[in-house]
Design a protein around this ligand. Sequence first.
Ligand SMILES: CC(C)(COP(=O)(O)OP(=O)(O)OC[C@H]1O[C@@H](n2cnc3c(N)ncnc32)[C@H](O)[C@@H]1OP(=O)(O)O)[C@@H](O)C(=O)NCCC(=O)NCCS
Length: 233
Amino acid sequence: MRRSTPDKADPAFLDEKTARKQAERQILLDALSGRLEAEAIEWTAGTAIPPEMLASPRIRLRQWNEADCAPFAALNADPVVMEHFPATLTRGQSDATVERLRASIDRQGWGFWAADDLTGGEPRFAGFVGINIPQADLPFQPCVEVGWRLARPFWGKGLASEGARLSLRVGFELLGLEEIVAMTQLRNVRSRAVMERLGMQEAVGEEFEHPAVPVGSHARAMCLYRLKRPVGS
Ligand SMILES: CC(C)(COP(=O)(O)OP(=O)(O)OC[C@H]1O[C@@H](n2cnc3c(N)ncnc32)[C@H](O)[C@@H]1OP(=O)(O)O)[C@@H](O)C(=O)NCCC(=O)NCCS
C-alpha cells in the first residue's frame, strides 16, 4: 500500500525528522573531522559546552534569548552593518534568524552564538560570533565556518576576533574538526581583516558566487579563507 504523506503537524513526524537531521549532522561531522568512527568525535550533541570555553574577560558567547531580538533587529536594519549583504532585514526576517540560530544551538550545542560585550559594567548584547554549518549549497562543502556580525558601537574593540578565537577552540579542541573556513563578500575589508588576524589563509582561486544571493547583487562575489587545525590541539 502506498504510504500517505506525513502530517507535518504530527509530533511523531517531527521527532522522526529531528532524529534524521541529527543523524545526518553527525555523519557530516565525522567526515569533517576526517574520521570514520562516530565515537571518534570527542563531543556529542546534547553535551553542554563548558561556559569557560565560551567566555574571555571581554566577550561572552551564549544561547539567544527573547531580549536579543530588538537589538539584533536594529543592527540588521543598519545599512552600514549590512553593506556587504544583499539587503537589510525586516523585524520579521531578523526574528526568524534568531529562531533559526537558537534552534541550531539547541540541536547541536554550538552555532552562531549571541555575543555580549563585557568591557563595560553590565554585559551588552553586541551581535553574534560563532561556528556554523552553512545551509547554502557551496562548492567547498562539507565545512564548518566561523562568522561574525556586530552592531557598529562594538566595532574597533577586537571583540569579533576575540569571540572568533573562542569559537575556533571549540571547533578544533571540542569537535575535533580538521579545518574551519570563513567566507565573505570580496570587498568586505573589515571581515577579511578579522580572518587575517585569526591566521586564516585566503584560498586564492576559490572565489565563488554565493548561490543564495540573487544574480546581479553586489553581495554575490565571495572569497574563502581556510584554517587548518593547529598542530597539537
Ligand atoms: C566584520 C566585523 C565583525 C569586524 O569587526 P572589528 O571590530 O573591525 O574586528 P575585530 O574584532 O577584529 O577588531 C579589530 C579592531 O579593534 C581594534 N582594537 C581595539 N582594542 C582592541 C583590543 N583590546 N584587542 C584587539 N583589537 C582591538 C583593532 O585595532 C582593530 O581596529 P581597526 O579596525 O581600526 O584596525 C564588523 O565590522 C561587522 O560586524 N561588520 C558587519 C557585518 C559583517 O560584515 N559581517 C561579516 C560578514 S562575512
